[in-house]
Write a protein that binds this ligand. Structure first.
Ligand code: HEM
Length: 436
């Protein structure tokens, strides 16, 4: 039987002119769930007409993609190319394969051990300065992850140079998400393009030093990384990758830590369990060898990422004519999958709305019910290269926080959050910290 033509895919029109965009921005989960009523292949208009493919099979079809049906470049170009040219996430094969092989060199075990060792003192210094009493989590975590990046990515000491770089970096990231896509003053894209120029100049000024001797920071590691045949990055490629890596790492990890704070503040029993685990370890700063011991922290991290995945949807463009669910998807069609929707499917998860970290325990392993049931880090060729790095950073921060503080939110508090472009609290997440 031949596939049903594209034009017969159910179309959810939404509001005149803006389509489903307001609904998507307000609540991407509710938006995807309202599309699902029409099936698992649905057309709708957010920024432009997109076909949303829903469920684990759809995720596998799009991300596993051995046939080369989908272009990551086509999906991401519009969003990131102006401020993140040369980003690996917006590359397709063969360029993607070539760059990924070399980049992998900066994430080998020896390098990772040094990253963990280097982030410990930064975390200690920042977290030690947190006040007892009221604190907004989001801005503090944002400052912390920026300072970690300055040290671990760039090899910089904390101070005015790191502060200037952090601000330029914030402007660049904001531009990638700006609604006005032209660099017109005083709007975000203009600030972002200016900030990018600053970052490029800063990194270029340090290239010779980073190339001269291999240091422990990610910048130096990228300069010295080699592919299997000895190939390495050019200067421009190192700079482009550095700027993109900082952005890929920053908001995502900030979001994850913030939602973990929220979940642990609302579930003090879990907070206490994790604190016991942290206190059972002898070290004040987490060591690489202890990462595997933080099993329950890992479940909580996974559960927070299930409920609030920083990337709620993943875009692609059809690179060739293909079919899914009995429908034709012509070359050039914008296609999206929705991790947040899959993470809430009752057919995959027990009581999906509940915070229940033990669903990730070996005994229950709900995330193994389908290879693409759980995908906060994506999957396939573009699977997040920093997944292990994020795990290290989150565990290192939580280890030090839990050993120093107990934290809470008032009874009945619910975090008002925005999920697009990246999950974050609208109120900064006010908590009460109590020094132990
Ligand atoms: C909890 C934190 C993080 C989350 C949830 C996350 C999520 C993701 C997702 C969903 C993708 C796939 C996008 C796609 O397929 O289109 C991705 C790709 C990527 N991530 Fe992450 N990420 C996180 C942390 C990091 C960190 C810490 C780094 C770097 C140190 C990083 C670097 C990258 C890079 C370079 C890519 C592109 C890989 C490629 O195209 O081959 N991420 N990330």
């Amino acid at each position: 039987m031949s596939a049903i033509p594209y034009n017969s895919i159910p179309l959810v029109k939404g509001l005149p002119l803006v389509g489903n965009l307001p609904k998507f921005l307000r609540d991407p989960l509710a938006n995807a769930q309202s599309l699902e009523v029409h099936g698992n292949v649905v057309r709708s208009r957010t920024f432009f007409e997109t076909v949303t493919l829903l469920g684990p099979e759809a995720n596998q079809f799009v991300l596993h993609d051995r046939e080369g049906n989908f272009s990551s470049r086509g999906g991401w170009y519009y969003w990131i190319d102006a401020v993140f040219p040369g980003a690996i996430m917006a590359m397709d094969d063969p360029a993607h394969k070539h760059h990924r092989r070399i980049m992998q060199g900066a994430f080998k075990r020896a390098a990772m051990e040094r990253y963990v060792a280097d982030m410990g003192p930064v975390i200690e210094r920042v977290v030690d300065g947190w006040p007892s009493g009221g604190m907004k989590v989001f801005p503090q975590i944002k400052a912390l992850t920026l300072n970690i990046a300055a040290r671990v990515f760039m090899g910089m000491a904390l101070g005015p140079e790191a502060d200037r770089m952090n601000q330029a970096f914030i402007d660049t990231v904001e531009a990638s998400l700006a609604l006005i896509r032209k660099p017109v003053p005083p709007f975000g894209m203009w600030r972002g393009v200016r900030a990018r120029r600053f970052l490029v100049a800063l990194m270029r000024s340090k290239l010779a030093e980073k190339r001269a001797a291999e240091g422990p920071d990610l910048f130096s590691q990228l300069c010295h990384a080699r592919g299997e045949d000895g190939e390495r990055f050019s200067d421009d490629e190192v700079v482009n990758h550095m700027i993109f890596l900082m952005m890929a790492a920053h908001d995502t990890t900030t979001s994850t830590l913030t939602t973990m704070f929220y979940c642990l503040a609302r579930h003090p029993d879990w907070q206490e369990r994790l604190r016991q685990d942290a206190q059972a370890l002898p070290e004040a700063q987490l060591r690489y060898e202890s990462l595997a011991v933080c099993e329950r922290t890992e479940w909580v991290m996974k559960e927070s990422l299930r409920l609030y995945p920083p990337l709620t949807s993943i875009p692609r463009k059809a690179a060739r004519d293909c079919e899914f669910g009995g429908f034709q998807i012509p070359r050039g069609t914008p296609v999206g999958i929705s991790p947040i929707h899959t993470h809430h499917m009752p057919s995959l998860w027990t009581k999906p709305q509940d915070f229940d970290p033990e669903r990730f325990s070996p005994a229950r392993a709900e995330h193994r019910r389908h290879a693409y049931a759980y995908l906060p880090f994506g999957g396939g060729a573009h699977l997040c290269i920093g997944q292990h790095f994020a795990d290290m950073e989150v565990k290192s921060v939580m280890h030090q926080v839990l050993r120093r503080f107990r934290f809470s939110v008032p009874e009945g508090y619910r975090m008002p959050y925005q999920l697009v472009p990246i999950a974050k609290p609208r109120d900064g997440l006010p908590i009460t910290l109590q020094r132990l």
